[in-house]
Structures are given as C-alpha cells and as structure tokens.
Design a protein around this ligand. Structure first.
Ligand SMILES: NC(=O)c1ccc[n+]([C@@H]2O[C@H](COP(=O)([O-])OP(=O)(O)OC[C@H]3O[C@@H](n4cnc5c(N)ncnc54)[C@H](O)[C@@H]3O)[C@@H](O)[C@H]2O)c1
Ligand SMILES: [Zn+2]
Length: 358
C-alpha cells in the first residue's frame, strides 16, 4: 500500500494506491454522509461494480454514457436532476468511478451540486489513476473547446486499485503509460529508466511493476499539486507534451488519437524543439524518442499540417496573454518552461517530429 497526501488550501487528502481497495471504499465515506451516489459508465460497472456495490447500503448508481462528446453540461444537468429525484441533499456524497471523463464530470457535478457536496474519486483507467483524478481539476467540454468550463475542487480521497488495470484495453493502457513516461521525463530519471529497461514486463502488466509505476507517478502529481494547486508555475511542468498534444487532438476532432497518444506526439515535438534550441543533448533526445517508440505504435501524424497546429496553439488554455509556453526537457528528469519561441524553429520541430516513427 502506498499513500501520498495532497495538501491544498481547500483540504488535505490521501491518494491511496492499493490492490483490493475497491472492497474498502466504505471506510473513506464520512459517517455523517447522507445518501451516497455513484457516477460510472456501464462497462466499468459491469466489470468492477460488484466489488463496491455491497458495502454502501442503498447506494444509488447513476450511469453516464461516457465519451468525450458526452462530457457536456447537458449530461451533468441530467445527472443532477436524477440526484434530486432520488432525494439528494447537501449531506449527500458522490463517488466518481471510471476513467478521466467520469472523474472530470462527476468532480464538476459534486463541486456545484447544491453549491458543493463531498466527492470520492475512484479512477479506473491508468490515465485517470496517475493524472486526471488527482489534483481537483474538474470540467466539461464546450462546442468551442475541451474542458473550457470547470472548477478546482478537491476530493475527500483518491482510491487507486491497480487490479482494475487488468481489464483495460491495450491501447488505453499504453496511452496511460505515456503520462507515466511524462512524469519520468519531467522529474524522475529512475522512473524513466524503469520504463526504458523493463518495457516487456511493463507491457505485459507485471503486477509489482504496475504498482510501482502508478505509485511513482501518483507521488509526483501529489507533490506538484501540493506545491502549486492553481497551476501558477510548478504545476505547468505537468503539461510537458500537452501544448502540441492538445493541438493535435483538436485538429483531428478528438477522433484519431487518444489523449495519451497525442501527448506522446507532443513529447516528441517538445524533445525535438529542445534539441534544436540547444537545450537538450542528442543522446538524451534519442533516449526519449526510443522509449516513446517502444510503447507505440502511435496513430500516424504525418498528415497533420504544422502551420495549422501552430494556429491551434493560440487558442489553447495554456496560451497566456498571447504567449505560447513550452515545457522543454533540459535532461531526463528536468524541464524548463520557455516562451517566445521563434515560429520558424517551432515549425521545423513540429515538421521533423511528425515524420518520426513513420
Ligand atoms: N482533470 C485533470 O486533471 C485531467 C488530466 C488528464 C486528463 N483528463 C481528462 O481525462 C479524460 C480522458 O480520460 P481517460 O483516458 O481515462 O478516458 P475515458 O474516461 O474515456 O476511459 C477510456 C475508456 O476505458 C473504459 N474503462 C475505464 N476503466 C476501465 C477498466 N478498468 N477496464 C476496462 N475499460 C475501462 C471507459 O469506459 C472508456 O471507454 C479526458 O476528458 C481528459 O480531459 C483530466
Ligand atoms: Zn494529460
């Protein structure tokens, strides 16, 4: 069992990584809580609901269709209406049980339902376990962009059961691994080395190793959020690979790349950019590229236009006051945030990296 505390102004709460913790969920629900609601998707509930079901009395399960197209205010409103229908009040508590889409929408719902009720996050994809469910960022999509409305709202706890990863489709698992790899590049050379040297065991989901990877990534996310809850500075290093990654997702209408896959392409671009700017030596850059390649295949990206991606960057939430910020590696385990990059060099880095692996 690993436990990492997230300390924020709102509250301090544990992220617990433990096989079988699904069977101990009731221990994390305050005894003062009224009716308990759980938001999930049919697939996750069918696969893993039985582990949670029995322990929570008359738990009311609310199903959400899942998918990025449904991560919208209309779905949140429908869930809220059902809660009222089933007698929810300000003492009710909500459990978010699913991938990052569920943890985002249910977290948002909890933050505004009757001006906020308690929420427990139980992420079931690797990506949600190491990233989305930790740190209190919640939200839904607008037609004009992803995650454009939301709140910072911290949960009571984040319960991470690595057992549920066994049922995750291979592509989703590998997409999550890219977020773990991100943690290695930005802050943890030993984690990077683990992914580089033990790829066969990682890909075959060797339990001890999966536990270790999750725990290391959770530790990093918990530390960074504790130091910078509102993403003013340090927390932005978690955006390594995300500047271009988000542009790729938007440019392809969120239909061709999973988030982690787009981030992998974004990490390739950022690595190339750092190399072109003389910030990262070519040995390190080559290592990063090799590891990304090892956890592929990635959907191809060479059909994407570098100019259109650059136009997209201007619309990104990470573009502050017209300046595009890039998180660039200076060594494996260290990054710097750079802005004001020459567009010509940026175009060159994007063009070169999109041809990579192909
Ligand atoms: N709030 C944050 O800080 C933050 C950070 C990163 C990502 N996100 C958000 O997370 C979302 C992506 O999350 P995701 O990658 O988890 O996708 P997802 O929630 O769509 O889950 C992927 C698929 O796996 C299924 N699934 C979930 N758990 C499973 C399991 N154990 N076994 C089998 N199938 C399972 C889901 O039903 C879904 O079909 C995006 O909307 C993104 O914006 C938020
Ligand atoms: Zn991400």
């Amino acid at each position: 069992m690993h436990r990492f505390d997230v300390r924020t102004a709102q509250r301090t709460y544990p992220c617990v990584v433990e096989r079988g913790i699904l069977r101990r969920v009731s221990e994390f629900v305050p005894s003062s809580a009224g009716k308990i609601f759980l938001v999930t998707t049919e697939d996750v509930w069918t696969l893993h609901g039985a582990e949670i079901g029995g322990q929570l009395g008359d738990l009311r399960v609310l199903f959400f269709a899942g998918g990025e197209v449904n991560k919208r205010l209309a779905a949140l409103e429908a869930l809220a209406e059902q809660m009222v229908e089933y007698g929810a009040d300000r003492t009710s508590a909500l459990i978010a049980f699913g991938g990052g889409i569920v943890t985002d929408i249910a977290g948002f719902l909890a933050s505004i339902f009757m001006r906020s009720i308690d929420v427990l996050q139980i992420p079931t994809t690797l990506l949600a376990q190491v990233d989305a469910a930790i740190g209190g960022k919640t939200g839904v999509n607008l037609v004009s962009g992803k995650n454009l409305i939301g709140t910072f709202y911290q949960p009571l706890a984040v319960l991470i059961d690595p057992d549920v990863i066994a049922t995750l489709p291979d592509r989703e698992y590998r997409a999550g691994l890219f977020e773990v790899l991100k943690c290695g590049v930005i802050r943890d050379r030993p984690l990077f080395d683990l992914l580089a040297n033990l790829s066969d065991e990682v890909l075959s989901r060797k339990p001890d190793l999966v536990d270790d990877l999750i725990a290391r990534a959770v530790r990093i996310k918990a530390e960074i959020v504790s130091a910078d809850e509102r993403e003013s500075d340090l927390r932005r290093i978690l955006n390594f690979g995300h500047t271009i990654g988000h542009a790729i997702e938007a440019e392809t209408q969120y239909a061709q790349f999973l988030h982690g896959e787009a981030v992998a392409w974004g990490m390739l671009t950022a690595t190339r950019l750092a190399e072109l700017l003389g910030m990262l030596n070519s040995d390190n850059a080559g290592e990063v590229r090799r590891v990304i390649c090892r956890y592929g295949p990635l959907p191809p990206a060479k059909h994407l236009s570098p100019d259109r991606l650059i136009e997209r960057l201007a619309a990104d939430k990470k573009t502050l006051q017209g300046k595009i910020h890039f998180v660039l590696p200076t060594a494996i385990g260290e990054v710097k945030i750079i802005s004001g990059i020459d567009v010509g060099i940026l175009r060159q880095a994007i063009a070169a990296s999109l041809q990579e692996l192909s």
